[in-house]
Design a protein around this ligand. Structure first.
Ligand code: FAD
Ligand code: DHB
Length: 390
């Protein structure tokens, strides 16, 4: 088999890249380790930057997003027993974010790919990348016990943090940067109306909490929990109790309680691998970097990598120039590091750390107080939250 770009992974980055390339007549095959149902069953991000929405529009997959997504022009920070609103739109010249689940984005992209008759191999095992440091790379995999080979011009490694692409690069060619945070997030999804019409990020002495949503009738909540905590230790009752204790009284009173239908614990880490290109292999999205979820940047960063890579590949196939693919890593990393910084800062400001101490505690309180009373500081948060320019 031969294709132009072999894409490893059918998460949002692989699917979006495939769709954009299809729009300029470039052929792709996606190899995905899991089943379609498994990929769609993972509950992850929920907030899209305007630039991500524009890219989904360019890919022709934004109709349902515009019909069902919720534009949000502000968020609230909760501390000191009350809400402090950050007016994102007023502070950024009218920009907003859109609340629309990653599951829905992935669903829309998969439907579109299927309708266009583009090739995706689900449950492809033992995917291996070969000769990407030369001019003729290829990928091998097994499907139903039969081995296959795909020759290609390029390989896009869109296979997430645990994927094979980054691991295929010789470790001497890769520099990695990492920070682990000493806690996780317990996330719950419930078919109940959200506590507030906007997102609430709460700093509380019992730990961080976040009130988010997927729609006007489906809520997504998170609470900071110990790193080694287990979902089984959290009954619904315990979760709702803990969530409400961490929110200002009026917000807590607005929490509608109902049975959860998804509950999971995610670790928090920052990770970056440099560079993001090795010859004819590109790393894209979580395959190259992870951010703690506090700034809602993971999915948006994956989309911004796709934007840069798509521009580079378009220059290669349409403009007959290598300049774009040669600049990919540098351009993508410049934006990645700003989001890594923002996510680290939001995480540091909003969570309880085991070793903060009284001094650190007062610094956190001063930072929050400064943030909500200074237009300059609020603007810095707002412009990062809605998404920095490309
Ligand atoms: P992924 O979505 O990870 O997709 C990679 C795909 O590659 C997967 O389908 C995987 O099955 C496939 N794959 C892996 N290995 C192989 C292989 N060897 N061969 C073939 N295919 C392979 N971000 C936020 O902004 N907000 C959040 O609340 C949030 N919550 C998260 C919760 C969790 C538990 C996790 C893990 C991430 C969360 N994120 C969140 C981050 C966000 O979901 C990711 O940044 C986003 O999914 C990145 O997309 P991606 O396409 O690069 O990678
Ligand atoms: C969601 C997750 C986030 O990490 C965040 O900052 C905002 C919203 C969510 O899953 O809805």
């Amino acid at each position: 088999m031969r294709t132009q770009v072999a894409i490893i992974g059918s998460g949002p980055s692989g699917l979006l890249l495939g769709q954009l390339l299809a729009g300029i007549g470039v052929e792709t095959i996606i190899l995905e380790r899991s089943s379609r149902e498994h990929v769609l069953g993972r509950v992850r991000a929920g907030v899209l930057e305007q630039g991500t929405v524009e890219l989904l529009e360019e890919a022709g997959v934004a109709a349902r997003l515009h019909a069902e997504g919720l534009p949000h022009s502000g968020i609230s920070l909760a501390f000191d027993g009350r809400l402090h609103r950050i007016d994102l739109a007023a502070l950024t010249g009218g920009k907003h974010v859109t609340v629309y689940g990653q599951t829905e984005v992935t669903h829309d992209l998969m439907d579109r790919r299927e309708a266009a008759g583009l090739a995706t191999v689900y449950e492809a095992s033992d995917v291996a990348l070969h000769d990407f440091d030369g001019a003729a790379p290829f990928v091998t995999y097994d499907k139903d016990g039969i081995s296959h080979r795909i020759d290609c011009d390029f390989i896009a490694g869109c296979d997430g943090y645990h994927g094979v692409s980054r691991k295929s690069v010789p470790s001497a060619a890769l520099k990695t940067f990492e920070r682990q945070y000493p806690f996780g997030w317990l996330g719950v999804l419930a078919e109940v109306p959200p506590a507030d019409h906007e997102l609430v990020y709460a700093n509380h002495e019992r730990g961080f909490a976040l009130c988010s949503m997927r729609s006007t009738h489906r809520s997504r909540y998170y609470v900071q929990c110990p790193q080694d905590d287990r979902v089984e230790a959290w009954s619904d009752d315990r979760f709702w109790d803990e969530l409400r204790r961490r929110l200002p009284e009026r917000t807590a009173a607005s929490v509608t309680i109902g049975p959860s239908f998804e509950k999971s614990i995610a670790p928090l880490r920052s990770f970056v691998a440099e560079p993001m290109r090795f010859g004819r292999l590109f790393l894209v999205g979580d395959a190259a970097h992870i951010v703690p979820p506090t700034g809602a940047k993971g999915l948006n960063l994956a989309a911004s990598d796709v934007r840069y890579l798509f521009a580079g590949l378009r220059e290669f196939y349409v403009g007959k120039s290598q300049a774009g693919i040669e600049a990919y890593s540098q351009k993508a990393l410049a934006r990645v590091w700003k989001a890594v910084r923002f996510s680290w800062w939001m995480t540091t400001m909003l969570h309880r750390f085991p070793d903060t101490g009284d001094f650190g505690q007062r610094i956190q309180e001063a930072e929050l107080d400064y943030l909500v009373h200074s237009q300059a500081a609020s603007t810095a948060l707002a412009e990062n939250y809605v998404g920095l320019p490309y």
